[in-house]
Write a protein that binds this ligand. Sequence first.
Ligand SMILES: NC(=O)c1ccc[n+]([C@@H]2O[C@H](COP(=O)([O-])OP(=O)(O)OC[C@H]3O[C@@H](n4cnc5c(N)ncnc54)[C@H](O)[C@@H]3O)[C@@H](O)[C@H]2O)c1
Length: 328
Amino acid sequence: MDKSEKTVLVAGGAGFIGSHLCKKLLDDNYKVICVDNFLTSDKNNLQNLLKNPEFTLIEHDIIKPIQNSTLRLGLGQSLDYVFHLASPASPNKKSAKSYINYPIETLLVNSVGTYNLLQLARQFEACFLYASSSEIYGDPEISPQKEEYFGNVNPNGVRSVYDEGKRFGEAMTMGFVRKYDLDARVVRIFNTYGPLMQAQDGRVVSNFINQAIRNKPITVYGKGSQTRSFCYINDMVMGIILAMSTSNTKGEVFNLGNPDERTILELANLIKKMTNSSSEIIFENLPKDDPKSRKPDIAKAQKMLGWRPKVATEEGLQKTISYFKNII
Ligand SMILES: NC(=O)c1ccc[n+]([C@@H]2O[C@H](COP(=O)([O-])OP(=O)(O)OC[C@H]3O[C@@H](n4cnc5c(N)ncnc54)[C@H](O)[C@@H]3O)[C@@H](O)[C@H]2O)c1
């Protein structure tokens, strides 16, 4: 079937990852419906997409069920794929957009919101993808993290609204696979960065780059010895699309991320050097339940999806630095 006849719904499509995903799907000739309530984003990321006649923007909170009439589907038009990326995603409580500051919204969008989108996918017999997170591993006791690892999560700590929300969303997705034979899968996204991240949403890469460009102090939490692995946005979008479109992925869970592990202090120094910044690096208290390490084992995605990140960390950072320099 011609891709131009296929319709894709992206919930959270105005966000950082969602807007890149919408763009790639439009480039690949899909019709795209973006559903978003702009809780942690605005229309800026969609500026170029709004001109495309194959793109429809629907302002809607997915905690409320989506009526067919809301989708504005044409006569006989099916809905073929549903991507669920809607959720606050920043752990930084200093940012107004952080899930720490939207605790109830975060729990509901990953539970009730996931249920509503799964019901929609079931009604249209559409394929479904749930964007989970490496946060379901909590503060992991093993590294790298494989999909089989159950994690080490504080069930009621400050990050639990996100971690447990994502764990519930995964369980709900698999419930629909088992009970209704829905063609659904889960991707566990590890730290992703790139252009269109918001300068103010408190995530480590955008924070460091913006502080460095402005020659302001670069704030490292703890001693900076905690590790993260950073995946460039284009690689992530390819992984998400392959997880949805590759055959035999129903009921599967995939880690998607870049296994190139760095300490946070290493990242701060690298960004400082790449921006020729005179910023000093300062140290603040480590937030509660901050994970000590994050490194995805991506062997499963490599084997089943033929996917692995192609953009090296330095190359991706350079593109992201150029983006932020342009918009400042
Ligand atoms: N960026 C990362 O490094 C990362 C890592 C792990 C997981 N994820 C997951 O990937 C997804 C996208 O993350 P992102 O970085 O693009 O975040 P983002 O905040 O930029 O985008 C999330 C989008 O969801 C929308 N949204 C939130 N609640 C909603 C609701 N109730 N109804 C409709 N829309 C709603 C927001 O307005 C926003 O546009 C999220 O589910 C996040 O948990 C991201």
